[in-house]
Design a protein around this ligand. Structure first.
Ligand SMILES: NC(=O)c1ccc[n+]([C@@H]2O[C@H](COP(=O)([O-])OP(=O)(O)OC[C@H]3O[C@@H](n4cnc5c(N)ncnc54)[C@H](OP(=O)(O)O)[C@@H]3O)[C@@H](O)[C@H]2O)c1
Length: 285
């Protein structure tokens, strides 16, 4: 049974979902979403940046899983920040996904006219086109700017989070403000070094599980939501199969001790520019 966490607006969020970053082949994307939903996934994570919202919407419809049972997340990119542009961006996502209201819309990065974009998202919630709103890649200082100006507190902050980068400063701040942490790169982007860590390998051997399953279980036991990406049907199935065993306190502590002092991902310069030209270069599929 997939466990879920309560968000500050009362919605519940499954602790494991499917991420579709870099899954730009529309048929592969659609099939992965359909497979995941038929396996029992109820959380799907996309973004305008991933250029696959239409395929995600098709996968959801093809699965036959009732739409109300699914928590669908997408994100808007900083080149669409500011009140008017953000409202147009939400309209674009609604049209491409073609799945009714968006369950969770995130600001993808903490650059540009964040406050204007946030006001737009608050308006979308008021109008019922979006059910919940949150942020991604917001550090403590970004949240300190947003929160005093927000009528609605973000329900989640989706950030890089895995045993090699555990967000030691951010997580206590999120807990204090009732913001749910959500892990991108939950497997360290499949890092071989992470998967080979002795603390993870020994827990995997002890429980008869794979290192990937041990890492996902570690997220679950820490109360994190994780969105591993896979297009491999066997991996998609295995990644949800982490709810019938538990890591011991000693195993958890062994993985906690793997934390390093910097993230794995270094954002390239274009990504942190307030208006990334990439988003305008080609029309979205
Ligand atoms: N908000 C942001 O800025 C941001 C940034 C990055 C990512 N994200 C989100 O987070 C999601 C996950 O991040 P990610 O895709 O970069 O990294 P990830 O989920 O940590 O790792 C994905 C890699 O692990 C492999 N993998 C998955 N399950 C496996 C299994 N059971 N056994 C062996 N290998 C396995 C995948 O390969 P296979 O496909 O072959 O299984 C893929 O190479 C993204 O898809 C996206 O939705 C958000």
């Amino acid at each position: 049974m997939v466990t879920s966490v309560a968000l500050s607006n009362g919605m519940r969020m499954p602790q494991i979902g499917l991420g579709v970053y870099l899954v730009t082949d529309v048929e592969v994307c659609e099939a992965s979403v359909e497979t995941a939903l038929n396996d029992g996934y109820r959380l799907i994570d996309t973004a305008v940046l991933y250029r696959n919202e239409r395929a995600v919407g098709r996968g959801i419809r093809a699965s036959g899983v009732p739409r109300d049972d699914i928590l669908l997340t997408t994100k808007i990119w900083p080149s669409d920040y500011g009140y008017d542009k953000a409202r147009a961006a939400v309209a674009g996502s609604l049209e491409r996904l073609d799945c009714g209201p968006i369950d969770l819309m995130l600001l993808h990065q903490s650059v540009g006219d964040i406050l204007g974009a946030w006001k737009a998202l608050e308006k979308e919630v008021e109008e019922g086109t979006v059910r919940a709103i949150g942020v991604s890649n917001f550090r403590v200082q970004d949240l300190e700017r947003l929160l005093p100006n927000a009528r609605i507190t973000p329900v989640v902050d989706q950030v890089e989070l895995h045993p090699h980068w555990q967000q030691p400063e951010l997580l206590p701040y999120l807990a204090a403000h009732g913001i749910q942490p959500e892990a991108w790169y939950p497997l360290g982007h499949g890092s071989a070094k992470l998967l080979a860590e002795p603390a993870i390998a020994s827990a995997a051997a002890a429980h008869g599980r794979s290192p990937v399953q041990v890492i996902l279980r570690w997220h679950v036991q820490r109360g994190i939501v994780a969105i591993p990406k896979s297009t491999n049907p066997g991996h998609i199935t295995a990644n949800l199969d982490v709810f019938d065993f538990a890591l011991t306190d000693a195993e958890m502590a062994g993985i906690d001790a793997l934390g390093r002092d910097r993230p794995m991902f270094r954002a390239p310069r274009w990504m942190l520019a307030a208006s990334a030209p990439l988003m305008r270069a080609r029309p979205l599929p």
